[in-house]
Design a protein around this ligand. Structure first.
Ligand code: SAH
Length: 223
């Protein structure tokens, strides 16, 4: 993501995006709204132009501050588990490239609050004017995701896009009754995708899914 970038979305990009959607479908993503959002949002806008021709491969790419944009499959998988409904209030931990954030907004969330702990990334996010105009319901925060955003809580949905060493208790507190959190939790060498739903009686329902590989969720701010 760079200043003064030319945001061109040509037929080649659109074609590559369509192929990516086919791959995600083959890999088991079935939620048509999620697939439509991936088909619509130009992933190459969120990367350095050096990656323009390969931005639609199903892989992670480096972004600033030694972080990565998640694999499209991972983004689709987590988003499918979240089941975003129109009008919901969503919290994302790990803004990174803003790609996942934009998908959440595109799916009809009323507000998407997103927290990044790397100052360099947060500053780049502030410069991303194109995107701010297109998606005014995204609110950016520089901070430690383990703390969440108590001022704006509770949230219908919470998504964590970094490898969590444990389930952050403050995020559970900030989840609405009936809401859910999708979180990759450390397990041996990788992370196990988990969906935690807060039930009416206050109990937590935990469901386990596939294994993934994320950059670590770290405490405190950097910068
Ligand atoms: N959703 C992003 C994923 C980026 S990688 C994308 O697809 O581009 C994960 C991000 O989480 C990194 O930018 C990292 O700096 C950030 N992160 C790690 N621990 C964090 C924390 N405690 N609070 C907020 N952000 C965190």
């Amino acid at each position: 993501m760079r200043k003064n970038r030319e945001y061109l979305d040509g037929f080649q990009h659109k074609g590559m995006r369509k192929k990516l959607v086919d791959i995600l479908r083959e890999k088991g993503i079935t939620d048509e709204a999620v697939l439509a959002a991936i088909n619509k949002i130009p992933r190459h806008f969120f990367l350095d132009s050096a990656f323009d021709k390969i931005a639609y491969e199903n892989r992670a790419f480096p972004i600033s501050a030694e972080q990565t944009i998640s694999h499209p499959y991972t983004v689709a998988y987590q988003t499918q588990l979240l089941q975003i409904k129109k009008g919901e209030k969503v919290l994302e931990i790990g803004t990174g490239s803003i790609y996942q954030t934009t998908i959440l907004s595109e799916l009809g969330a009323q507000w998407v609050y997103t927290i990044e702990r790397q100052k360099k990334l947060y500053e780049e996010q502030q410069e991303y004017y194109y995107f701010r105009k297109q998606y005014p319901n995204i609110k950016f925060f520089y901070g430690d995701g383990f703390q969440g955003l108590p001022t704006f809580a509770p949230f219908d949905k919470i998504i964590i896009t970094a490898a969590a060493p444990f389930i952050p208790p403050k995020l559970i507190e900030q989840l609405k009754v009936g809401g859910c959190m999708v979180i990759p939790v450390d397990e041996a060498d990788n992370q196990r995708m988990m969906r935690i739903t807060k039930l009416e009686n206050g109990d937590l329902k935990e469901e386990l899914f596939e294994e993934f590989s994320f950059v670590p969720m770290l405490t405190g701010k950097n910068g």
